[in-house]
Design a protein around this ligand. Sequence first.
Ligand SMILES: [Zn+2]
Length: 478
Amino acid sequence: MVRRLSVRSPRLQRARRPPPSAPPTTAPMDSPSPPPPPPYPPAAAEGGPAADSQAAELPRLTVTQVEQMKVEAKVGEIYRVLFGNAPNANSLMLELWREQHVEYLTRGLKHLGPSFHVLDANRPWLCYWIIHALALLDEIPDDVEDDIVDFLSRCQDKDGGYGGGPGQLPHLATTYAAVNTLVTIGSERALSSVNRDNLYKFMLRMKDTSGAFRMHDGGEIDVRASYTSISVASLVNILDGELAKGVGNYITRCQTYEGGIAGEPYAEAHGGYTFCGLATMILLNEVDKLDLASLIGWVAFRQGVECGFQGRTNKLVDGCYSFWQGAALALTQKLMTVVDEQLKSSYSSKRPPGDDACGTSSSTEAAYYAKFGFDFIEKSNQIGPLFHNIALQQYILLCAQVLDGGLRDKPGKNRDHYHSCYCLSGLSVSQYSAMVDSDACPLPQHVLGPYSNLLEPIHPLYNVVLDKYHTAYEFFSS
Ligand SMILES: [Zn+2]
């Protein structure tokens, strides 16, 4: 499906014309130089009636509008270089700097500077961001695997779940990060280090009477807690009717009038929560409870003229949403039959809240739930990309890569491990999103830049590399 890029101002609408020299595989942005951000109108107190009437005629820009124009100017500058180049120079410019990324990521596993003390409660996340990014590049170093397994074992609480560091309170987010890291390492030692009985007890303890989950003892209840819990439980094959009960209805209540999903009921639609909510509903086999057409519409229009995604309406583009929004749309490519059913019946087939899919029959055993994640990835895409997959690759390669290695939110920002992980995850999703068969390889025209840019495919419900998922699935099914 070919989709128009979102337009947030009349100036942007003009800017959508492709420059004549643009190669067909890249996405255009601005043709002329964008004007600098206009100054704020003078304060009324500084002038008399004339100044007042002048101020009344000038639109007052918000801080976000000014920031938006600055970002567009920076991104436009980069894209103008691309379109001014000869095609062979473009290939160089569009290269994924693998070696530099591997060096930056590997260094992060062994040494982090003093400023990282603020992430002391996120150490399993650092493991996941780095190890998953290296796995996408197919470059996990052998000599660190045992150290990581030992470290994460020390983060595992005696009553189940993983804390942010040894001796810290177990938390669902760091539990997700720890388990995904161990699955990505994939050795028997790594996979068998997860105490699944205690993990199940920890998750039941985090379950609220509403059915939703809280992040930790006494912690907040939100969609993120439901996703991290259901994703981990599905991955290690402990998801059952008891854990699943009521979660789908909670997430349904978090879908907003915009179509996206918020962190909690009555909050604002957000890319991170939209991915979390959608993936959870698929893992529970309750995705038909969401209004999928409006969800797709909201996410698709979060891709802007910069070619990357924004996380919320009227926010700035950010590389990490390449995954959160891009993967949400990649998931919906396999859900078109559900969308069609919903559109035909005007959503009358949606189960009303309270009619929970989970009973207490034998069909709610763990093996039943584990199949949903497994079967989903085996399904073919039922439609082409629902976002501009080449444009997204262009944003990641040109605007998010840092020359010394690592990836970032946007030009002008520093690299970090979080953005390195999610920019590369989004790059993988966009490279594979035009495929029809789930086991084929992407065609060269679907990979922007040299074909050596192609990353490992992921299982988008869990965000782990696909062959690592299959190893874990075998291990935890036996
Ligand atoms: Zn970000």
